[in-house]
Design a protein around this ligand. Structure first.
Ligand SMILES: N[C@@H](CCC(=O)N[C@@H](CS)C(=O)NCC(=O)O)C(=O)O
Length: 207
């Protein structure tokens, strides 16, 4: 069975769990990272030299980096609907995934650690405001794009890009702060809520 290393409060672990749900894959998860077993342990470093969760072991194939894992799972199971096999189709999906893991994630990080995780080392009011403003700017971009699609972030059909963008939007919506309203994002969120995987690992899976 597919093994997944990482605790389930992590947004990056939940990307993998949601993808497994889309694929109908059984997964055996072990708690690592956060308050669980430390990722500095030598047996964890042997799996992932950069010491971050999630990591998977798929019958001996070890993969780390959440978006890479998501792509690997879709491609290895032949799910061309979730990740097109041609270069142009892939690029239309992957660009959103790269943007999510870099710009979008980094925008909400400070505010999330301050306001949701309540980390004492993340309580600088000016940085919280900057983070909220930067994140709103990212969500506005998504809203503008969704206005022009009839469904999902990369077009008319659900793809793995929606897994990672959907979870980031969920995090944005969980920030206890004044947030601008984005009607197309709200419509998209309701659409994602029709999927078991998003309900389990997004909407009901914690902030
Ligand atoms: N770019 C990496 C980021 C992974 C990451 O930051 N993981 C965090 C949890 S979300 C982590 O391992 N933190 C250390 C820990 O939990 O002990 C990915 O997408 O997989």
């Amino acid at each position: 069975m597919l093994r997944l290393f990482g605790h389930a409060a992590s947004i990056n672990v939940r990307k993998v769990l949601w993808t497994c749900e889309e694929l109908g894959l059984a997964v055996e998860r072990e708690d690592w990272g956060g308050a669980h077993r430390p990722t500095s342990a030598p047996e964890f470093r042997a799996l992932n030299p950069v010491g971050l969760i999630p990591v998977i072991d798929d019958a001996g194939e070890v993969v780390w980096e959440s978006n890479t894992i998501v792509r690997y799972l879709a491609a290895s199971r032949g799910r061309d609907d979730l990740l097109p096999p041609d270069a142009a189709g892939r690029a239309r999906v992957e660009r959103w995934m790269d943007w999510q893991v870099s710009d979008f994630n980094n925008s909400w990080r400070y505010a999330f650690l301050a306001l949701v995780r309540r980390r004492p080392d993340y309580q600088d009011a000016a940085q919280i405001e900057r983070s909220l403003a930067a994140c709103a700017q990212m969500v506005r971009i998504v809203d503008d794009v969704l206005r022009g699609t009839s469904g999902y972030i990369a077009g008319d059909a659900f793809t793995v890009a929606d897994v990672v963008i959907g979870l980031s939007l969920h995090r944005w919506r969980s920030l206890p702060a004044d947030r601008p309203e984005f009607p197309h994002v709200e419509r998209y969120y309701r659409l994602l809520c029709e999927r078991d995987g998003f309900r389990r690992f997004g909407r009901d899976g914690g902030p």
